[in-house]
Design a protein around this ligand. Sequence first.
Ligand code: HEC
Length: 368
Amino acid sequence: MRKDVRRRRGAWHPALGAFGWSAFACGVLLAGVPAARAADLRVCVDSSSAAVARDRSVAERVATQAGLTLVVAPFDGSGGGQDGFALKKFTQLLTSRCDLVMGYPIDTSGGEAPPGLLTTKPYAQTGFVLVDAPGTVARSLAELPAGTEVAITGQTAPALYFAANPNVVPDIHDSDADTMQSIAKGQAKAAMIWQPTVEQYERTPGAVKLATYPLDEPHARYDLVALYLPAAAPAARLSNATKIAMTNQPSPGGAAPALYTKAQAAIGLGKFIGNCAMCHGAHLEGRSGPSLKGPNWASEKADYTVGEVFTMVSQQMPATAPGSLENADYVNIMAYLLQQNGYPAGDAMLNFDQATGSTVKLRWHGGS
Ligand code: HEC
């Protein structure tokens, strides 16, 4: 089993069995997709992907910003199969059906685009997460009691994590649906699964709310990008669309804008605990450093902008080792601070430059 996973892991996708594109047949793709007008932005989305709703909404925003009519061409990227995915299928999609293929996951520990294709900037972060069943309290594999069975879907990257974590034992399921069921029903105490699968489950009626934590293991974190052909880049419609930094739209009417993604805030929580909580409190309540949450901090009186706070944090914090964290860590911590001060998560990732330049006022928008 494990040998099998290692062999497959080198392939383009972390979860070939459940989330692979291996079986999408050309016949399916070519049938039933409307022909596009020249001025449209045509995107392909994997209708079998748990992240398809996000892929669509990001494409909608890009098209709106570029002033283009969006044509969405769904394809079925599901299915098993031993051969793995023929990467040339992406090229086929891009030559026949669409300008962009949404939702391609790039392993943040060194993944690459399929040969010959270009990628947009990442528009979301995702990956495999630890899911606690109701009653389980563990933020990492290491915190689970010895002998805990952890549900996973066969042929996915988390199968590799048991070797380094001898306290946990694999409980292997055939599909992501089975893995989710076993955790929702409490048959398994914890699971490791592709994060969009959890989000998809949580949108189903009667779903149990589950706590998820990003995994720090290798090949657990992915950036979602869109693929396109180099030859297509000069075309005005595409260069417009790909040039648009998938930035955040302030929401109308003075409501708190969505500046970051849920995944960024989740990662930010971990970074905050590791680097900031000793002085600012595990719940941002303040200790030797001030509280970083609530109406007194994010106030009209203090009148900070997000950019000012971020610049201060990235240059002066942690107070004992200013500037010592990675840029991405600072950004994710900012996402966590925004989340804790009542800003909603959105589809687009916050990046370092946006955070530094943000003129959004830091105000308390309520929260827990
Ligand atoms: C060793 C203790 C310590 C650590 C670790 C630390 N801070 Fe601070 N922080 C402080 C102190 C003390 C202040 C107040 C400094 C001042 O007012 O001059 C402060 C101020 C701040 C402020 C400004 C608050 C305000 O209202 O002006 C922010 C924001 C902040 N810290 C965020 C962070 C973040 C994020 C981290 C982790 C990356 C972090 N700090 C790590 C001690 C610490």
